[in-house]
Design a protein around this ligand. Structure first.
Ligand code: 6R9
Length: 655
């Protein structure tokens, strides 16, 4: 019997007795023995999981090949399968009336919709038929720019049915960011909506798409799902109405057989340098990662209702709104709105209304709700079916963890903090629901097949034993890892495998405590995390220097009580005569080039940025000053130390 670590909250015995069937894992011992097996016999472990959880049209002959070193890891070679068949057909064949998607609209006064697996299959096939009619072939990349409505998932799955690669762009991105992603993917077909609704506001998706493709003559088709029926610009011959078009196509077309390593989707994410990276995920490995973590981390069953509040535009929405719940034949709740609209008990209302068994959200929204919600407002909600509460996107502070545990699940549901990334495809460190004794604030243990290491950041040496802190890395390939950065395999190798030879480098710092639990400390590179959104400092800096008045810009992530980190901007201008309202203009510039979610909280204008004699911006000093720390350490390397006095003066004035 495994000895329990101190300071943990054991899973309540009642949790097991409330379970509608039986949990997938009998307990911690079974988890640990399966984990050991997954590390010591990865081929056998993964082959067995793959054959159990996925339906292959043709079995694979080789479970795994390749290495980090060459960046050529590959899984389930020789196998052939279709993602849509695995997510939809299998369940529709068994029980076409089982609900696949529940749609909860932004305005609770509007009707929700339940879409059965049978209906999903028909609509996906019809849409796939339309895409084919527009010339979309296996391997082509279709860009999807849609809000959180079921049709976004239908669009994703219609691509996979015909072997097209989907590239979903978060509907909060501006036209400029969308344009770059469409161009990088060389998409000729875009799927969008007329408008979207979120938090009572209208989002003009079609207008943004039009602007993004204005000078792109390669775009042949813009398919528009009529979400609001609002007045929108229209270009005959290029623009098509979803509802009208799909009726023309049959309710069944056969799924395209795809090789295990054929591309499944592209998802752009921020790196520490340069342009956003288009990470490419492939079929069998990714689908298996989603299924295995859905099944074991969340203990998900076909009769469950999984409500993940992540957006389909990010990896959480891909893996845990669409793929994991549908692969496992459960019901996914797609919520169009925000946690505070029309009131701050909305999440509880949605959980109760749909009798959800799982909720999965981000600490940033828990922090906001903690400040707004009284126990009395929520304790009258019947959340007795809720078994698991997931957290993702950023570290969850112990007090927020405890609030989440007691306010959302009334202490009855297990909290699982799940650590992972766009690159990892699915969870890599997480507490296993109903199994792992919970430690508030810790992401707990590595997931099946994930051989984790903590490295000394300077020497790259692996730190053995417990109570060690360093950078987080993985030692061996796993099925759901991204295979490349589209069009730039060297950058893929450079970003993930060359920093610490022989390891996958996550970019995060971590601590392994005395009990072997992992605590994620946050990014150690130039990526910042605002409300769980991953932003690249260099991407925002380039957006700023595109502004005619800006000479130089530095973006600093500053700790923030609500958003985790906040974007702070320090700029120097080309002319001493700054335009009126330049701060506002610069905020607008970032909103325009990237999107509103990247807008800085603070803009500081300095005559010059603090630099070394060789001209490198010294971010360390800016970071300290903006976080309220006045101990700058060694400033002797600065070319002009007077910049610091100037900065201190400005900051004092602002306080
Ligand atoms: C899934 C997702 C990845 C970055 C990652 C890390 C941070 C994600 C976390 C977490 C602490 C957790 N992150 N989950 N930090 N605890 N449970 O968010 O993917 O958008 O690619 O961001 O998010 O810094 O490196 P992505």
């Amino acid at each position: 019997m495994t000895k329990l670590a101190a300071n943990t909250i054991e899973v309540d015995a009642k949790w097991r007795s409330r379970h509608p069937t039986a949990p997938h894992l009998a307990g911690l011992d079974e988890f640990q023995s399966l984990y050991q097996d997954s590390i010591h016999n990865p081929s056998q472990f993964w082959a067995k999981q793959a054959r159990e959880l996925l339906s292959f049209d043709r079995d694979f002959h080789t479970t795994t090949s390749g290495s980090f070193h060459r960046g050529d890891a590959a899984w389930f070679l020789g196998g052939q399968l279709n993602a849509c068949f695995n997510c939809v057909d299998r369940h529709a064949i068994q029980d076409p009336n089982r609900v696949g998607i529940i749609y909860e609209p932004d305005d609770p006064a509007n009707d929700c919709r339940s879409i059965t697996y049978g209906e999903l299959l028909a609509e996906i096939c019809q849409l796939a038929g339309f895409l084919r009619s527009q010339g979309v072939k296996k391997g082509d990349i279709v860009t999807i720019y849609m809000p959180m409505i079921p049709e976004a998932a239908i669009a994703v799955l219609a691509c996979t049915r015909i072997g097209a690669v989907h590239s979903v762009v978060f509907a909060g991105f501006s036209a400029g960011a969308l344009r770059d992603r469409i161009q990088d993917a060389k998409s000729t077909v875009i799927i969008t909506t007329d408008e979207g609704r979120r938090g009572g506001k209208t989002i003009s998706t079609k207008v943004v798409v039009d602007e993004a493709v204005r000078e792109n003559h390669k775009i042949s088709t813009v398919l528009v799902y009529e979400r609001t029926g609002g007045q929108i610009p229209w270009m005959d011959g290029r623009d098509f109405r979803w509802k009208e078009e799909i009726q023309k196509y049959p309710a069944y077309i056969s799924p395209e057989g795809m090789d295990s390593e054929d591309p499944l989707f592209l998802l752009y994410t921020s790196g520490s340098t340069g342009k956003p990276k288009g990470l490419l995920h492939t079929h069998a490995g990714y689908l298996l990662g989603a299924s295995v973590t859905g099944k074991y981390v969340f203990d998900l069953n076909p009769q469950d209702r999984f409500f993940c509040s992540g957006d389909i535009g990010w990896i959480t929405g891909h893996t845990y709104v669409v793929y994991a719940p549908l692969l496992l034949g459960s019901t996914t709740v797609m919520f169009e709105g925000t946690p505070t609209y029309p009131n701050h008990t909305r999440l509880w209302d949605v959980l109760e209304k749909h009798q959800a068994t799982h909720f999965y959200g981000a600490p940033t929204s828990f922090r906001v709700l903690k400040a707004l919600v009284d126990k009395a407002d929520v304790e009258n909600h019947d959340l007795s079916k809720l078994r698991a509460l997931g957290s993702v996107g950023e570290p969850i502070a112990p007090e927020i963890w405890k609030w989440y545990h007691s306010f959302m699940g009334d202490g009855n549901a297990c909290v699982t903090d799940t650590y992972w990334q766009t690159e990892t495809g699915s969870h890599i460190i997480a507490a296993y629901t109903g199994v792992t004794p919970m430690k508030p604030g810790s992401a707990s243990f590595p997931c099946f097949g994930i051989d984790v290491a903590i490295l000394d950041p300077t020497t790259g040496e692996e730190l053995q034993g417990n109570s060690v802190e360093g950078v987080l890395a993985v030692k061996k390939p796993w099925p759901s890892m991204a295979r490349t950065i589209r069009g730039n395999h060297d950058r893929y190798l450079e970003s993930y495998f060359n920093t610490y030879n022989g390891y996958y480098f996550t970019g995060d710092g971590a601590y392994r405590d005395a009990d072997g639990y992992y605590w994620i400390r946050g990014r150690v590179d130039d990526v910042i995390n605002v409300s769980g959104h991953r932003l690249s400092t260099s991407e925002i800096e380039s957006a700023l220097v595109e502004h005619e008045s800006v000479a130089e810009a530095a973006i600093i992530g500053v700790p923030d009580d609500l958003t985790g980190q906040a974007v702070n901007t320090v700029v120097s201008l080309k002319s001493k005569q700054a335009a009126m309202n330049i701060e506002k203009e610069l905020i607008l510039q970032i909103r325009k080039v990237i999107g509103p979610f990247a807008a800085p909280k603070r803009v500081i204008i300095l005559p010059d940025l603090p630099k070394t004699r060789s001209g490198k911006t010294v971010r360390r000093i800016l970071r300290k000053a903006l976080s309220g720390d006045t101990e700058f350490g060694d400033t002797s390397t600065l070319a002009d130390p007077s910049v610091i006095d100037e900065l201190t003066k400005i900051l004092q004035k602002a306080d």
